[in-house]
Structures are given as C-alpha cells and as structure tokens.
Ligand binder design. Structure first.
Ligand SMILES: [Mg+2]
Length: 243
C-alpha cells in the first residue's frame, strides 16, 4: 500500500497531506511525480466490491442462529433482513472477528475484470475508500499487504483511505476520478467525475433511489450489476476519456 490514511493519523486524508507536505520530506517528491501522470484514479469501496463481505456475514449468521437464509434475502447492511435484532454493535463485532477474517476473500470478479486485465490495471491509478472501526480498518490494511506475489505490485500501489463509521467518504478528494460503491448514499456527496453504483444482482435498501433521491437523473451516474460491466466502462473510457 502506498500510503494509509485513517482518521486517527495526523495526516488523515489526501487534502491534509497535500496541505501539510514538506519539500524536505522525500516521500512528497514521490507523490508529486505520481500526480504528474495523467491517469485517472478509480476510487473503490472494499466491502462487497472487492471483498465477499456480505457472503461471509450471511454464513456466520446462518451458522450462529441456525438459519437457512440465502444471498437473495440480504436487504440491508445492518443485516436485520437476515436476523432480526441485529444491532450496529453486533455488525461491528462481526466485521472485526477472526471468524469473518478467516473467510474473507478477494472476489473472483474483481480478479478477473481488474487484476488480470493489464490495460485496466495499468491504465488507472487506484485507491480504496472504505469505512470501518479502527480494528476493521487495520485488518483490511494487513489483508491487502499479504496478497500473493503476482498481485503485490498492484496492492503496493493502491492508496488506502480508511474512513471512520461516523464519517463521510466526501472527506476524500476524488476530483476527476471514478468512484465505485455498492451503496448509493456513499456516492451522493463526493466530488468524483463519475459515480458507479455496483448492485451485485442484489436489491437492497441501499441501492435504490429511495435512499439517495438526489441521485435521480444525474448524468454522472452509472448503475451496473457486475464487474464485467465496470470492465467495459473502464476500457471504453481509456480509449475515449469520456469522464
Ligand atoms: Mg460496500
């Protein structure tokens, strides 16, 4: 990971690292030279975009409460649709548990459409923008640092933005970038040039217009179901630079 940003660090986001940069710090030169490339940045959410997070939560809750729910039953990120009585604290506990982390995987779709496609992987700069409590964010960083050799170069180059659960993703400057998230609300107030809602073939209360009415009729929004569609958008954009 090129640089980790999280809410507890003094250098907590891209804006402050720019403002606070010192010419005497060699790492700033590296950052400036990176910015000279005219590659666009793709800002990716992590849970249910790169990770199979809800699949893991579903399996944990099915086992714990002896349920037989399927992916189609997932309707909300507090997972009350799976087990009524889930509280925010219970969800947080799952997202930092060893049980969760032993089952978390990088999704095949992400590997096939992004990591294995040289044009896409090398044609853009990459950033992960993800929310979680401190423990969860730390485990995410460690997970990405421990990826196989073949993808090491990619994960080493990614900028990681850890956002607290009570914060907004709009603290990250996404100007000229493309943001991908499975939650409408997280797309609604950032300054990304293009916002892509990835539905993963799910219908939840977080991916319909009801949760972000300001997103209706925007021409800077794409709604897609699969990574294959994102792959096509990103390839087309490399040739035409439409955003
Ligand atoms: Mg997500």
């Amino acid at each position: 990971m090129e640089k980790s940003h999280n809410e507890n660090s003094n250098d907590s986001n891209q804006v402050s690292s720019k403002d606070g940069s010192s010419p005497n710090n060699p790492s700033n030169y590296k950052k400036q030279s990176d910015k000279q490339s005219n590659k666009q940045t793709i800002f990716l959410d992590v849970d249910d975009v790169i990770f199979n997070s809800s699949e893991v939560v579903l399996s944990i809750l099915n086992k714990k409460y002896n349920l037989h729910k399927t992916d189609a039953d997932i309707k909300d990120w507090s997972y009350n649709s799976i087990y009524r009585g889930m509280t925010r604290m219970m969800v947080e506990e799952i997202f930092e548990s060893d049980d969760f982390w032993s089952q978390i995987k990088i999704r095949e779709e992400f590997i096939n459409s992004i990591l294995k496609d040289d044009r896409i992987r090398k044609g853009y700069n990459w950033a992960f923008v993800t929310q979680g409590n401190n423990n969860n964010l730390l485990k995410k960083v460690v997970f990405f640092l421990n990826q196989p050799e073949e993808y090491k170069e990619y994960f080493d180059s990614v900028e990681f933005y850890g956002i607290g659960l009570n914060e907004s993703k709009n603290k990250v400057d996404m100007i000229n970038g493309i943001q991908v998230d499975d939650n409408f609300e997280k797309l609604s107030n950032t300054n990304a040039a293009l916002k892509v809602l990835l539905k993963n073939d799910r219908e939840t209360k977080h991916n319909n217009y009801g949760c972000a009415t300001e997103m209706v009729n925007r021409d800077d929004l794409y709604i897609i179901n699969t990574f294959k569609e994102l792959e096509n958008i990103l390839l087309f954009n490399l040739e035409e630079r439409i955003f």
